[in-house]
Design a protein around this ligand. Structure first.
Ligand code: THU
Length: 134
């Protein structure tokens, strides 16, 4: 587990802002970029990709999770999400569940200027322990 002071937040924020420039958001015009630090040290990014069938749009964090696996896998240690203006974006509910799967409850998230863990953003999240209980 990393402490917040060990995370290169400025590098993550810069990567997330850059990712917003590749967002495809013609319907909301809300361009989102996400950047993640992986446990092997690499920084990966994702951007939102919308669809004319609005409900099919993909959040930036979805792209981030895809990039995680497409570039070698690993665990997310910290995530930053921003809008096109560089303002922080707090991950939506679905994306909190995605981050729980790929980073675990201790993954750090700077979504709105306050650093929180995924466990704080998604208390009682559905995880593999709960699947086993079934
Ligand atoms: N969006 C994200 O990419 N991540 C979030 O956590 C919140 C919302 C996107 C989805 C949609 O393309 C746009 O922001 C407006 O909701």
């Amino acid at each position: 587990m990393s402490t917040p002071s060990e995370i290169p937040w400025d590098d993550l924020r810069a990567a997330a802002v850059e990712a917003t420039t590749r967002a495809y958001a013609p319907y909301s015009n809300f361009h989102v970029g996400a950047a993640g630090l992986v446990d092997d040290g690499r920084i990966i990014t994702g951007c939102n990709v919308e669809n004319v069938s609005y409900g099919l749009g993909l959040c930036a964090e979805c792209g981030l999770v895809s990039a995680l696996h497409a570039t070698g896998g690993g665990r997310l240690v910290a995530v930053v999400t921003v809008s096109g203006s560089g303002a922080p974006v707090v991950p939506c509910g679905r994306c909190r569940q995605l981050l729980l799967e790929q980073g675990g409850p201790e993954c750090l998230v700077d979504g709105d200027g306050t650093i929180r863990t995924v466990a704080e953003l998604l208390p009682g999240g559905f995880d593999t322990d709960r699947l086993a209980e079934g």
